[in-house]
Ligand binder design. Structure first.
Ligand SMILES: Cc1cc2nc3c(=O)[nH]c(=O)nc-3n(C[C@H](O)[C@H](O)[C@H](O)COP(=O)(O)O)c2cc1C
Length: 214
């Protein structure tokens, strides 16, 4: 799994900053990232971050890297281990669409209730849903970061069904026991949890015993 890029799918739930910070941390950890965006995700990213993502492929990559204040794609391209690629949602010949290239880790962050429902039912009408379907069938690691409030029985049943299949349900629900002072700290709480699950070393979360010293 470690050789394949990590697949990050951003859907139209609130919490776009989680995904952008996650991408930043993965690239800084020398991991390659394949990025998928639903159309509602683009709306939410613009609303929440002021970041307008238009078109597909390189234009998205350039805009994301500029937002994250990371080097442009040309320089990143030279360092093979640090690559960000974006695929259009209907790019059915991309490696994301098939399990034949080997297993990979996938994170849907944030995950809307719509995408949650479609993944639960195996509806593979776009590359996000297909990527999740492939990850489940290949028994790869799929992490979902659902966000809605309150959850309806439909949402909860969908989460339970996927959890029973081995999907990791990691809700966008940061803890407050570290007495966070900034939004960035709240974001990092969740991103740290995701990185833990991906077994990627990071220093975003204070270790549990430090709590006593707060
Ligand atoms: C600003 C904004 C915030 C939204 N927040 C959520 C949310 O937190 N959870 C959710 O399930 N849907 C949310 N939605 C609605 C989804 O974007 C909508 O259901 C969409 O169809 C999801 O499509 P997708 O799963 O293809 O991204 C939000 C929409 C907007 C515009």
């Amino acid at each position: 799994m470690a050789n394949n890029p990590i697949l990050i799918a951003v859907t139209g739930a609130s919490g776009a900053l989680y995904s952008l910070r996650l991408i930043e941390m993965l690239l800084k950890s020398d991991r390659s990232v394949d990025l998928l965006l639903s159309d509602p995700a683009r709306v939410v990213i613009k609303q929440e971050c002021g970041l307008e993502l238009q078109g597909d492929g390189e234009s998205v990559v350039k805009a994301v890297l500029a937002f994250l204040k990371l080097p442009a794609i040309d320089s990143l391209d030279n360092i093979k281990s640090k690559r960000l690629q974006h695929f259009a949602l209907k790019d059915w010949i991309s490696p994301v669409a098939s399990g034949s290239g080997g297993g990979r880790d996938m994170v849907i962050c944030p995950c809307s209730m719509g995408t949650l429902a479609r993944v639960r039912h195996g509806i593979s009408e776009n590359l996000i849903e297909r990527g999740a379907d492939v990850t489940i069938k290949e028994q790869g690691r799929l992490i979902m970061v659902p966000r809605e409030s309150p959850f309806s029985p439909i949402h909860l049943e969908n989460m339970l069904a996927l959890s029973r299949l081995g999907v990791i349900m990691l809700p966008a629900a940061p803890g407050f026991y570290n007495r966070p002072q900034t939004v960035a700290e709240l974001i990092d709480f969740i991103v740290g949890r995701i990185l833990d699950r991906l077994e990627i070393t990071h220093d975003l979360n204070p270790a549990w015993p430090n709590i006593a010293k707060v």
